[in-house]
Design a protein around this ligand. Sequence first.
Ligand code: SF4
Length: 318
Amino acid sequence: MNQPVLRVEGLRVAYDHPLGLVRAVDDVSFSLTPHERFGLAGESGSGKSTMALAILRMIRPPGHIDGGEVWLEDTRLLSLSDDAMRRLRLAGIALVPQGSMNALNPVLRIRAQIADALDDHGTSLPKRDFEKRVRELLHDVGLPPEVADMYPHELSGGMKQRACIAIAICLRPKVIIADEPTSALDVVVQRQVMATLARVQQELGAAVVLIGHDMGLMAQFVDRLGVMYAGRLVEIAPIGQIITAPRHPYTQMLIASLPSLESKGTMQGIPGLAPLLRELPSGCAFHPRCPRAVARCSAERPELRDIAAGAQAACHLA
Ligand code: SF4
């Protein structure tokens, strides 16, 4: 049995708000084995990106981590000094951010941005070795060597995202967190970027957390999927199981809202809106939108519990 490379246990993130504490991530636990691809899906505001930032300890005030643990192998991340955590980012866990144009420095050529990442981690290389490393990294993500001399505005959206992946893998991290890496890209480029991510992940032997709301993309890429709603995980299962037989009504509705070639009727969205985190409904936070809600649902919050081998759901009826 593979030991987990990343363990998140009871993680909580809260924001101070004039009306009280707002919990954006509430008691989230999951783990990843080496090489595993784990997806995190849910509507905007469900806490997915906040959790990614919390794992990397990049939550900014008025937000703060207010409980839980995060382990990278035997290292307890929430206890590290700021300096040690800074060194661990990129070298141990790397982020492929959402919106590559905002993530890349617009006034530095790609070569200088790779050099910056290496220098900051004390791994400066002699000039010839550095140039070789830059060429290798660009090759690994399917970019020509000339890209090293280009500025971000000279690259297409897909090329910028590949450049972000090249920087993310420059120190061979054990875990890559990809936060909606294909948002704002067209479908063909999306597939190319995901193929690049899959290839470099295999070459590194890294585990990946893929964050997004495209269930089609999740079905093609991940091994296991966690579904988040209002800051909590409501279902975790192997991807084949969750796509063919989702247990939680929210997951069922997310999957039913996927367009299908067979049924060409009106597309079904999920009625209503995701709740405001500072005014969560009582009991199960999904109950005002849930077509299967019963009286118990508004009174008692369902906990995430085992429902089948390797599968968990937080629903009174699952
Ligand atoms: Fe729906 Fe009740 Fe299950 Fe919540 S606990 S998802 S409201 S059936």
